[in-house]
Design a protein around this ligand. Structure first.
Ligand code: LLP
Length: 426
């Protein structure tokens, strides 16, 4: 059984698109556009499906806040028993505000500052994922100065090649900036084991993101398991085997990830090692729960291209222009007929587009479009370029809805600017 059983929270009824029990037209009128809409039940369903798939091994699902860190969503996930994976002091603050206990948080990131490392150790997070020799030194120093023993894991670069990944989201190959280079791990482990200020409790990797083919996981898991055995022989008191994130979302015609196969790859290996499994999914949990609603402002044929100019663009969803990513776009209430268009935003950049050369519902000014699978790396990567306030986030749960993040105001955007310039002497 694959995860193809996962539902589609956005369904058409009476010719118009709904999120669970709420019509998107109604939301667009009530909160305005652009707006991100999320289905609470889609989040719950994905968490539960993964949790059930991993039932045969002791495991912890640490949702990766980098995909979307809004409190309203975090609270839905926390209520399900989900935990948190953070990569900055800011995300640590968000996880704590959403009610996650320190013990339910792991802290990673390739460029942690000393104060962030200290804050993570001080708040007693479950694991600090160390990514380099220099970072290990800082962790030891900070734990010593706090008079404590920090629980750490090594994030290693599994040096697994992932075919088809956009080069910007490939992370786990030799030569990427992430993780401890494979060959350095045993020496670093010896250093950690010699220190009374850190406890080497886990091994962590992140093979890559949007892994529509699970084979790279198989390679990564086998490699990490061999390393775990080596470190256990060295005397490391390992408790956790962290397989990272990377489960994919459906953007176009992809299959849902086969969670049974995912479990089949990981569960026996981790059980054999006698460790607890950690996974750090971001995209899989949140991407498909969301549509970005945008209103068509103009239709403008120019130089052979039929532009649909909308009130959302790269500032609300950077993925198309940054990764050449595909996001399905449809009219909330189609008028009938199709057209091949470029769906673009209002930003003064030629790279400001949501879809190019796309055959889709033929829209007119005033129509509302739904841009699908916008929940992961959407709001969190939003820009305020051209002084355009960030759009609100709306959570739907059954027939109810709530604004969980308000629309930013123009005052919010200029709040940090000094009203009068106060000079300091050189
Ligand atoms: N754990 C680590 C260590 C990671 O680096 C990442 C993502 C995750 C977990 C979560 O991965 P996921 O399950 O979401 O694939 N902005 C890009 C994606 C960057 C992902 C970076 N690392 C995008 O929009 O595609």
């Amino acid at each position: 059984m694959g995860a193809s059983v996962l539902g589609r929270p956005y369904q058409r009824r009476d010719g118009t698109l709904w999120c669970e029990g709420v019509a998107l037209e109604r939301l667009a009128d009530a909160v305005g556009t652009p707006a991100y809409v999320y289905s609470a039940n889609a989040l719950r369903e994905r968490f539960r499906a993964l949790d059930a798939a991993l039932a045969a091994v002791p495991h912890r699902i640490h949702y990766s806040l980098k995909a979307n860190s809004s409190r309203g969503l975090l609270q839905v996930l926390r209520a399900e028993g989900c935990r948190a994976d953070v990569v900055s002091g800011g995300e640590l603050m968000r996880a704590r505000r959403a009610g996650f206990a320190p013990d339910d948080i792991i802290f990673g990131g390739v460029g942690k500052r000393r104060d962030e490392i200290r804050a993570a150790i001080e708040s007693r997070v479950l694991l600090l994922n160390v990514e380099s020799a220099a970072e290990l030194d800082i962790a030891i120093e900070e734990a010593q100065s706090l008079g404590t023993r920090a629980r750490i894991a090594f994030r290693v670069n599994p040096e697994v090649h992932v075919a088809n990944a956009h080069e910007f989201i490939a992370t786990g190959s030799r030569g990427h900036k992430f993780g401890i280079p494979w060959g350095e791990v045993p020496a670093l482990a010896a250093r950690a084991l010699a220190s009374p200020h850190v406890e080497l409790s886990g091994l962590d990797m992140h093979v890559g993101s949007q892994l529509t083919n699970l084979e790279p996981y198989r390679d990564g898991v086998a490699r990490l398991a061999a390393l775990a055995r080596e470190l256990q022989r060295q005397g490391a008191p390992l408790r956790f085997f962290d397989a990272g994130g990377g489960l994919p979302a459906r953007y176009d015609a992809e299959e849902a990830p086969d969670l049974a196969l995912f479990a089949e790859i990981i569960v026996p290996v981790v059980n054999d090692l006698g460790l607890e499994l950690i996974v750090e999914p971001g995209r899989f949990v949140v991407a498909e729960s969301c549509v970005l609603l945008t209103r068509v402002l103009y239709r403008k044929p120019s130089g052979g291209t039929d532009f649909v100019i909308c009130d959302a663009g790269m500032s609300e969803l950077l993925r198309p222009s940054h990764y050449d990513a595909f996001h399905k776009v449809e009219a909330v209430r189609p008028r009938g007929g199709t057209a091949t268009v470029d769906v673009v935003g209002p930003i003064c950049e030629t790279g400001d587009f949501i879809a190019r050369d796309r055959l889709m519902d033929d829209p007119a000014p005033g129509d509302v479009l739904a841009v699908h699978t916008a929940g992961a790396y959407g709001y969190v990567m939003a820009l305020t370029y051209n002084t355009r306030p960030r759009a609100p986030e709306v959570l739907v749960d059954g027939s109810r809805w709530a604004v969980i993040t308000r629309r930013e105001t123009l005052d919010d955007l200029v709040r940090l600017e000094a009203e009068t310039v106060e000079w300091a002497e050189g």
